[in-house]
Design a protein around this ligand. Sequence first.
Ligand SMILES: Cc1cc2nc3c(=O)[nH]c(=O)nc-3n(C[C@H](O)[C@H](O)[C@H](O)COP(=O)(O)OP(=O)(O)OC[C@H]3O[C@@H](n4cnc5c(N)ncnc54)[C@H](O)[C@@H]3O)c2cc1C
Length: 382
Amino acid sequence: MREHSDIVIAGGGPVGTTLALLLADSDCSIQLLEARADLARPAHRRTLALSYGSRLILERLGVWSGIGEVTPITTIHISQRGGLGMAWLRATEEKLPALGYVVDYAELDAALHARLRDSAVAVVSGARVDEVRVASGYAMLKASRAGVVTPVTARLAVVADGGAATTQRVSRDYDQHALIASVTTELPHNGCAHERFTPDGPAALLPQGAGFALVWTAGPARVQALLALPDAEFLRALQQHFGDRVGRFLSVAQRASFPLGLRYAAQVTRPHTVLIGNAAQMLHPVAGQGFNLGLRDAWELAARIRTSTREALGGAAMLAAYTSARRLDTRGGIFFTDLLVRLFSNDNALLHHGRSVGLAALQALPPVKRFVARRMIFGARG
Ligand SMILES: Cc1cc2nc3c(=O)[nH]c(=O)nc-3n(C[C@H](O)[C@H](O)[C@H](O)COP(=O)(O)OP(=O)(O)OC[C@H]3O[C@@H](n4cnc5c(N)ncnc54)[C@H](O)[C@@H]3O)c2cc1C
């Protein structure tokens, strides 16, 4: 481990590694400290829907072609259980080849780390950052590796630990867990993702390979019960929940669950320190926005670092410029997902009717649909 670098990134998940790659050819010395001792073991098991905008960033880094299986989403169908209104977002309407892409978190992580191995970035695995504090003109980190604690200084410490540090404050507990699984169905997906709102919480089917990745949100007790069901009973419950839009559900594999909440840092910067990705904001996965937002954090921070002198790195002016550039996109992402979860996860009769009207309006008003689609694909600046 180096005792000093211009930039130290704490956390080598997809957001931290993306930032490291974006800066790999800059004049700054960069060290990435990752807690996992074995980088071949991903920090999480989940499927990610990446927006077309995220693809453009990963393509520019030469990572896109290294991701194993990529399934394009060409249509998104949005519906409400027991309601009439529904909407379709289509890539052709946006004049894009796809609205987004479904990838495996582990494959994306592996592709990013493979690219990083060929770069000038110093990657230290098995290095856990336990503390980040401000010293005069620097950030001072304490990192432990194999039981040895090493103090490390940096002009700028970037915390990309996925929210593992206690810097976040809990803003909202949704009292929902996400059950994830791979499922196969009678009908082919034809690139169509399904987002279905139910009083228990939203459920999504993302096209992945020949089947779908399922994200089913419900109360914690219900999710535990669903996890414990034998496959055949689980498939029956899923059929009842989702309806027959994709025909019969035929098989299920790899069920797992996560608690869901909204957490975000009141301030994403401190002197010589910045939080990005899930360390800055952890969203409900309802609209598949978390990683996409984190990737845009990395993109913007890299741009600020590149235009900063070494002396100004981590200084007040640079950090204020970063915060102000990211504010609208971050707040928009938090507001949008939070609103979706709260408006759609209940069985209030009045809201039920309002939602049907809202979905019908979304379908009937192309400019509104276009506004929503562009924000989901490219962020607040559309
Ligand atoms: C069920 C579910 C589905 C989701 N679906 C989507 C989706 O479809 N689309 C989307 O955009 N987002 C989705 N997300 C969100 C997405 O997973 C996150 O936004 C993304 O993983 C954040 O990346 P990150 O690099 O910031 O954090 P992480 O992926 O959590 O990576 C953090 C890294 O930091 C390391 N680390 C932790 N602590 C330390 C430490 N102290 N020192 C050093 N290293 C440390 C970890 O080992 C890990 O490698 C979903 C989330 C869930 C729960």
